[in-house]
Design a protein around this ligand. Structure first.
Ligand code: FES
Length: 312
């Protein structure tokens, strides 16, 4: 008698599961294995050789091995087999009496060779890629270098402090900056920052008693804005979504930085007073010479984040 699907499977010491599939030898047309789903083991299925089958009744298959030995049998790998629906085996029905779709045979040798051919084709592509890589590498490096270039930390002259006539009033300074993006030629873009000569009260809100350190990506200290130097420069991009903002008079809040895009409002120290901005204005490294010449390091930070993350 042949094992039937869903029959209980028992070892001499306990019941171990049920028959889920049957594997046949395509040449001899004999059952070569049964696939047993482990009781309580979810989708775990073991492949049990026919030689382990001691007896078969209408609804029970008895194995020779113990439950522990059963658990050590190989796990069934579905991808190594096809159903008899997928390959035609002559006279199958005369030899085996389970649902044909549940009868499996090993993956045909012909198909395996196709897999092998695919493997060799892919292997050839890999070899081709490896041969071509030394030739392509300088080109790729040239194209991608600007994307991975370290941040540009050069000091840029933006104007003279003589332009600032009043304390705690934002004054816009415009300047040009050269940038190089990926493989595009270098170009010059217009940029701006807002500079303030702050009173001690506003300085205190910005620095909160501590100097402000700026570091490179490597962690190397670049510059420290001293807490008692009155000049402060804010990046010209709103930390909400990067729009340009202005110094304006608000009817209840007085003089503020106001971003027209979504109406974020900041006080003279850059603190958010209203609107969707997730953080205050971004201070930049600033130096002012005794002659009043102002230089800054032009940094840009990710918009829309609470944390300040430098991107340029
Ligand atoms: S970009 Fe400034 S408020 Fe949205």
């Amino acid at each position: 008698m042949q094992p039937k699907l869903k029959s209980k499977v028992r070892c001499p010491d306990s019941e171990v599961g049920d028959v889920r599939r049957v594997i046949m030898d395509p040449l001899s047309h004999e059952v070569s294995h049964i696939v047993v789903g482990r009781a309580g083991g979810g989708s775990v299925e073991h492949q049990v050789p026919a030689g382990q089958i001691q007896g078969v009744t209408d609804d029970v298959v008895t194995l020779r091995c113990s439950a522990a030995e059963f658990a050590a049998l190989p796990i069934f790998k579905r991808e190594d087999y096809v159903t008899t629906h997928e390959v035609e085996i002559a006279h199958l029905e005369e030899r085996i009496h389970v649902t044909p779709g549940e009868v499996l045979v090993p993956f045909p040798e012909l198909e395996r060779s196709v897999k092998r051919r695919t493997f060799f084709a892919n292997f050839t592509h890999v070899i081709g890629f490896l041969i071509g890589l030394p030739l392509a590498f300088p080109v790729l490096r040239y194209l991608m270098k600007p994307m991975y270039a370290p941040f540009d930390n050069q000091w840029l002259k933006i104007g003279n402090s003589g332009k600032i006539k009043q304390e705690d009033v934002g004054i816009q300074f415009k300047y040009k900056r050269k940038i190089k993006e990926a493989y595009l030629p270098e170009q010059e873009i217009d940029k701006n920052v807002w500079v303030l000569k702050a009173t001690p009260k506003v300085l205190e809100t910005i620095y909160q008693g501590k100097d402000m350190e700026f570091r490179d990506v490597t962690g190397k200290a670049l510059w420290t804005n001293k807490k008692d130097v009155p000049y402060i420069a804010f990046s010209g991009k709103c930390p909400h979504l990067g729009c340009g903002f202005k110094w304006r008079t608000h009817k209840t809040l007085g003089q503020v930085f106001l971003c027209p895009c979504h109406l974020s409002i900041y006080d003279a120290g850059g603190k958010v007073l209203d609107g969707p901005a997730p953080r205050g204005l971004d201070p930049l490294p600033i130096k002012v010479t005794p002659a009043g010449e102002i230089t800054i390091i032009d940094m840009e930070f990710k918009a829309g984040t609470k944390a300040q993350v430098r991107i340029v």
